[in-house]
Design a protein around this ligand. Structure first.
Ligand code: SAH
Length: 353
């Protein structure tokens, strides 16, 4: 059976499915979910992420985490955590870049939150020998309660959203049903929107709501407000926006969202506003979002590029420069991608914001 058949049967038996449930099945259903079946990253895969584009990304994030650790008074027992670590490239670069910082590696235990067995395996290989104390977790609650240094790159965009349409006749939810041939199709059903949306300016438009992002930001902030620490969230998304941002990508190309679920990556733009709001309720201060280009340049992306280029061949120089340009240029990943920091209120404004 394919996941598509499984979903069709579920709809046939139980009625329409909301988009969030569809996303959860398509991405993380244990047998057929997109992340559970294969390693989707890289030029040969379906998409490529910042740490896979340039090592400078992880090096700068590593330096940022060390600065936060110093600001926290160099706690001797800290959790260095990543949620949604992909291939483990970002954590490997962070650990390499921070290896020479006196006391840092000794003070942290490394925690990776990852659902996919295939990606866990990949992370294990990538990180072998990089730190003596690395553990994997299914959920955030398993990460031990102690001061936290956390990073999440392109994690929140994989969290399930629901979509609502506002019409003159009231709110409707965009859901998935079956057409007369039995194929998956989008349909609209009358619905009550979540409270947060009901306050939005009203227009004939699709509004998205990611309850999983709200919940994640809240528990993260709650942990940080009680035990100290900072979290750095980087992703593509909007500050105040609306419209349909649900998209499927396969082989670096757009793919029909309802076609062969489980074979394409399925994401939605991150609503940084929800995260900010939930983190504040969780007891933290929030900085950003700022553009990824602004953030990386503030941390010294150009200086680091120059240092790397000093010892490089012409061909390597070209690759190093084009990688960092891709991450920071406004017309590439520099402004659509944004950085946000959730931080204990006792700490000063972090670097890069
Ligand atoms: N941060 C990486 C990978 C981003 S892709 C990079 O920048 O390259 C999203 C990652 O989140 C994958 O590792 C995926 O398996 C993981 N993931 C997605 N949903 C998850 C969930 N609900 N819980 C834990 N991990 C999840």
């Amino acid at each position: 059976m394919t996941l598509e058949t499984h979903i069709k049967e579920a709809i046939f038996e139980n009625g329409t499915m909301n988009i969030a449930d569809y996303m959860v099945l398509a991405l993380t259903q244990p047998e057929y979910g997109y992340y559970m079946r294969k390693d989707p990253f890289g030029a040969q895969g379906d998409f490529i992420t910042a740490p896979e584009i340039s090592q400078i990304f992880g090096e700068l994030v590593g330096a940022w985490l060390v600065t936060q650790w110093v600001m926290m008074g160099k706690p001797a027992d800290c959790a260095l955590a990543e949620i949604g670590p992909g291939r483990g490239t970002l954590m490997a670069d962070i650990l390499r870049a921070t290896a020479k910082v006196k006391g840092f590696h000794e003070s942290v235990s490394v925690h990776l939150m990852e659902l996919s067995p295939i990606l866990r395996q990949k992370q294990w290989t990538t990180l072998a020998g990089k730190h003596p104390n690395i553990t994997w977790h299914m959920g955030f609650a398993e990460i031990p309660p102690k001061p936290l240094l956390l990073v999440a790159n392109e994690f929140f965009d994989a969290l399930p959203i629901r979509q609502y349409l506002h019409t003159k006749a009231g709110w409707q939810e965009r859901k998935i049903g079956l057409d007369i041939k039995g194929n998956l199709e989008f349909i609209y059903e009358a619905a009550e929107p979540p409270e947060a949306l009901a306050e939005e300016p009203i227009s004939e438009n699709i509004y998205e709501y990611c309850d999983a992002a709200r919940a994640m930001a809240f528990v993260l902030a709650n942990r940080i407000s009680m035990y100290g620490g900072s979290a750095l969230i980087i992703d593509y998304g909007y500050d105040h926006g609306n419209g349909d941002t649900l998209q499927a990508v396969r082989n670096h190309r757009h793919h029909n969202v309802l076609e062969e679920p489980g074979t394409a990556d399925l994401t939605a733009h991150v609503d940084f506003n929800i995260i900010t709001h939930a983190a504040a309720i969780g007891g933290c201060t929030v900085y950003g979002p700022v553009g990824q280009g602004f953030f990386l340049n503030r941390l010294g992306a150009l200086e680091r590029t120059a240092v790397l280029c000093e010892k490089a061949t012409e061909k390597q120089k070209e690759a190093i420069t084009s990688g960092i340009m891709r991450l920071t240029n406004a017309d590439q990943m520099g402004t659509l991608f944004k950085a946000l920091c959730i931080i204990n209120p006792a700490l000063p404004k972090p670097e890069g914001f």
